[in-house]
Write a new protein. Sequence first.
Length: 198
Amino acid sequence: MRKLALVLTCTFLCLAGCASEQSSTPVKSSIENNAGDSNSSTAAETPALTETPAPAEEMLALGKKATIGNWNVCAKKAEVKNKIMTSKYLYFKPKKGNTFVVITMSAKNNGETAEALLPSIGYENKMITATLSSKDGEEFKPSALTGYDKDLAGKSIEASASKTGVVAFEVPKKVAKSKKDLKLKIGTVAENITYTLK
């Protein structure tokens, strides 16, 4: 009986040893394979980070034509004026310490309906706006020259028609003195052009 117990115990230990040896090998191998797979999948899933450079801002000289959406535009010249004459006796005058930077422009509406080139209201991502900016980062919006026929800001232009007029910006005199450093930006949030006033 004692021999039988001894044989059974030895057999049990041998089988247990074999079982633990067999189970440990695949587990170890599985961990190594998973670790290898993890590293390789991480490398495959994580693309190399490369910075895409922002497109260079294209600067146009006065007199150059450009297209924005349905519009062909051309900023022709820029002048500094202390007042804008609308008739022999009527004129627009800026606040004390300010002056006007007046941009003469032409615009052609290539759309199918009448539209305003620089509307005063509209969807921010769709409407065309104009901004005059200084080298210090100050920005100026067009002045409303109400009743002035040559004012292009907010003026409706028929489909396929062209119009030449002005867009005026009221700025401090010290900003107007360095006119060559000013930039005129015309367009939408997504698409715009920039003129230098040199």
